[in-house]
Design a protein around this ligand. Structure first.
Ligand SMILES: Cc1cc2nc3c(=O)[nH]c(=O)nc-3n(C[C@H](O)[C@H](O)[C@H](O)COP(=O)(O)OP(=O)(O)OC[C@H]3O[C@@H](n4cnc5c(N)ncnc54)[C@H](O)[C@@H]3O)c2cc1C
Length: 330
């Protein structure tokens, strides 16, 4: 039997561990966090990733847990529309719930190790998978590069009350944004950007109340109610483009392969698709051929989405003149 070591038990690592055939692979999953810690913010799951979840046997779970969104709009801060979205099929699902469902789908045969990998060159295994996120140690050690921060921070959170919007509402004003959507029937999900280090959640909320004070009333209401304990702050990190997802027995999946701006809500979706594609190839081929097949399938799509998300971030931060131009283009 071949051996595979997965570094990182986030969306990508758990999905891969769940999808590998235990008859063919002896799987070790190494995760540094003793328990998953997360505020229950929502992930937007696009159809391509809904199919990946169905492959993992989680299609019915998703249908039961998610809030479906079909329409949405990006508006200027004065409420004039920039882009209208109609007939999309996005499933909003709680991030901790998704992690729990993926975790439960991992077979008992997978060996779980709780530790931080410092030097991935010490790891044995026919295949070593970098599923260790944007600041991947495996990528740094084997590829020699790492994601770099841009000058934007993402702040997001949830409120324990139904959302005032039934779809997705995103407002662009100045060079920052604010988004509101349902997180479930009883919860509101919100996210914002800010262009200086806002500090810890409490300070970040104070900063947002200033930077977004001219945004529409629903935004101001969300910010007035938001609490530090239900708020997360992340600096946006973007991976360098890569031409190779595979180096010898090492392979990149998820944010380790393509950390991207959250502007399109696609990072976790791409992580799921990577994991399922890699497992599908490794379950039916020898390791070397399987890794090559995975790279052929996933290199261009993953790098393209990462680049498109950077373009979306630039457009959003280009300011009101560009937003007005986009609005005229429809
Ligand atoms: C504000 C914001 C909003 C977002 N919204 C969406 C959305 O709506 N839809 C969407 O699809 N995506 C979204 N994303 C992106 C999504 O969060 C990521 O793309 C996704 O979590 C990547 O999963 P991953 O498993 O590759 O990495 P991670 O989730 O970062 O998981 C990596 C895991 O590896 C572990 N690890 C790291 N280093 C080591 C080590 N050395 N040793 C052992 N373990 C290690 C970590 O503890 C972690 O558990 C959003 C991101 C942000 C910041």
């Amino acid at each position: 039997m071949n051996t595979i070591i997965i570094v990182g038990g986030g969306v990508a690592g758990l999905a891969l561990a769940a999808a590998l055939d235990p008859q063919r692979w002896r799987v070790t999953l190494i995760e540094q966090r003793p328990v998953p810690t997360d505020v229950g913010t929502a992930f937007g799951i696009w159809p391509v990733a809904q199919r990946a979840l169905a492959f993992l046997g989680l299609g019915d779970w998703l249908t039961a847990e998610c809030v479906r969104v079909t329409d949405g709009a990006i508006r200027q801060a004065d409420n004039k529309p920039i882009v209208q979205m109609r007939g999309v099929d996005m499933a909003l699902v709680s991030r901790p719930e998704l992690l729990r469902a993926l975790d439960a789908a991992v077979p008992a045969s997978v060996e779980r190790v709780k530790r931080r990998v410092e030097d991935p060159r010490d790891l044995s295994g026919d295949v070593v998978v970098a599923a260790d996120g944007a600041r991947s140690r495996v990528r740094a050690a084997i590829w020699g590069d790492t994601a770099t921060p841009v000058g934007t921070w993402a702040v997001r959170g949830v409120l324990p009350r139904p959302a005032e919007v039934i779809d997705m509402a995103e407002y662009w004003g100045g060079r920052v944004l604010f988004g509101i959507s349902p997180a479930s029937a009883h919860m509101t999900n919100w996210y914002a950007t800010i262009r200086h280090d806002p500090g810890p959640p409490e300070a970040a909320l104070d900063a947002l109340r200033q930077t977004h004070r001219d945004f529409p009333a629903p935004v101001r209401r969300v910010l007035a109610e938001a609490e530090a304990g239900r708020t997360l702050v992340n600096r946006i990190l973007i991976s360098p483009l890569t031409r190779r997802l595979v180096r010898g027995r090492h392979v990149l999946i998820g944010d380790a392969a393509h950390a991207m701006s959250p502007s399109l809500g696609r990072g976790a979706c791409e992580a799921l698709v990577d994991a399922v594609a890699l497992a599908h190839e490794l379950n039916r081929r020898d390791p070397e051929t399987g890794l090559r097949a995975y790279q052929r399938q996933r290199l261009i799509p993953g790098q393209a989405v990462r680049t498109a998300a950077s373009v979306a971030l630039r457009l959003q931060e280009a300011g009101p003149r560009v937003h007005r131009l986009l609005a005229t283009l429809g």
